[in-house]
Design a protein around this ligand. Sequence first.
Ligand SMILES: [Zn+2]
Length: 375
Amino acid sequence: MMKFAGLRKKFLAALTASALGAALTLGAPTAQAASGLDIIGSAIGIGIQASQLNAQIDQQVKRYNESEEGRQELYKAMRQKYGVSENYEYNAKMDRIMANLTRGVAAIDPTINDKPYLYFVSEQTSINAACTMGHVMMVNAGTFAKITNEDEIAAIVGHEMGHGQKDHPAKGNKKRLQRAVTTAIAGTAVGATIGGGALTSAITNVAITHSVAHGDKKMETEADLLGFDYMTHTNYNPGACAAIMQKFVELSIGAEQSKIMAFFNPSDHPDSGRRRDAYVKKLHEYSGKHVTAKDGVVSINGKTFTTVAAAHDMSSAERSYFVFGNLAAAYHNGHNKSAATVQNGTVMLGKQPIITPQAGDEDAYTLAERLNAIK
Ligand SMILES: [Zn+2]
C-alpha cells in the first residue's frame, strides 16, 4: 500500500549509516531496532554476501507464503496493523463473497483447497483490498461503505485472489527485498551472517506494508483476467468486473479520488478505463460475440437493444454492464435459445434474468419484444 520508494530510501539510509561505520559495533541485531530494514542495513554494513542474504530471503518468504505457522503470523500482523472491523453487515458480506469465490476459484484451480484464504475486513476507510503472502487477504471497511453492490466487491476480491493464486505477493516481495539488498550490498562483501530474527522482521515489514502494490502491469493483467474467470464460476454477474472499473473511472474524475488507493491507481486514472475496456472484450467473447455495451447502450448482434438508465447509485454506463453481463451469461449458458418473457416485472431470457426496468428505462414488455426480434 505504501510506495516502495519510501522504504527503499529508508533502507539505503540505514545502509549508508552502517557503511559509514555507525553500525559496525552492533554485532547481532537487537530487538530495539526501529525496523527490520534498519537491521538488514546494519547487517550489510558488517558485510554479508548478497547470495547468502538472497538465500535467506527465499527461505523466509517461503515460510510466510507456504507454512501454516508463517501465514498465521502474517495474518495476525496484518490484523494488528490495519485493525479489524466488527461491522456485522460488512463481515457477513465478506464471508459470503469468500465462500462463493473460493468455490469459483476451486473450479479452475483446486490448489486453493490446500491453502484457503485467511481474510478479514480492516478498519481502514479508503476503498482498497490487499492480498499478501500466504493467501492473507483484507478488504477495507471503506470498500463496503462506498460500494454497496456485492457483485462489484466480489470483482475486486476476485482480482486479489488472482494475485494470490499466482503467488504474486511472494514474487513481488522477494524481488523487492532482493533488489534492495543487491543495490545496497554492492562493493561491501566482507562475509558475515545475519540473524534470522532480523530478516524475518524485515520481511514482515515489507509484507504488511506492501502486500500487492498493484504496480506490475503484467501481474495486474493476469489478476484481472483470472478474476473474470473466477466470477464466471460463481452466481455473481460477470459484468460486475467492467462495472466496478466504470465506477472508478467516474469516481476518479470527482472529489472522491482521494478515497481511492492503490487498487485503482489514482495517479493514472485512464488505467481504470483501459481495464474496463479489457473486461468488455472478455465479456463480449464470453457471450459468443453476440453482445456488447458502450456508453450505456447495450447491443445484441450489432443491433441496439436499449440504453440503460441510471439507477441504484449507478450511472447508465455502470448499470449497462450488469445488463450486458446477464445477456452474456444467457448466451454462454444457452438460454438465448428460449424466448424472452416478462416475469414479475423482470425481462427474462429463458431462465436468465436480464433487466428489471427502473424509472428511465423502457418498459419490460417493449424490451422483451425487442429482445425476441434481435437475439
Ligand atoms: Zn492488482
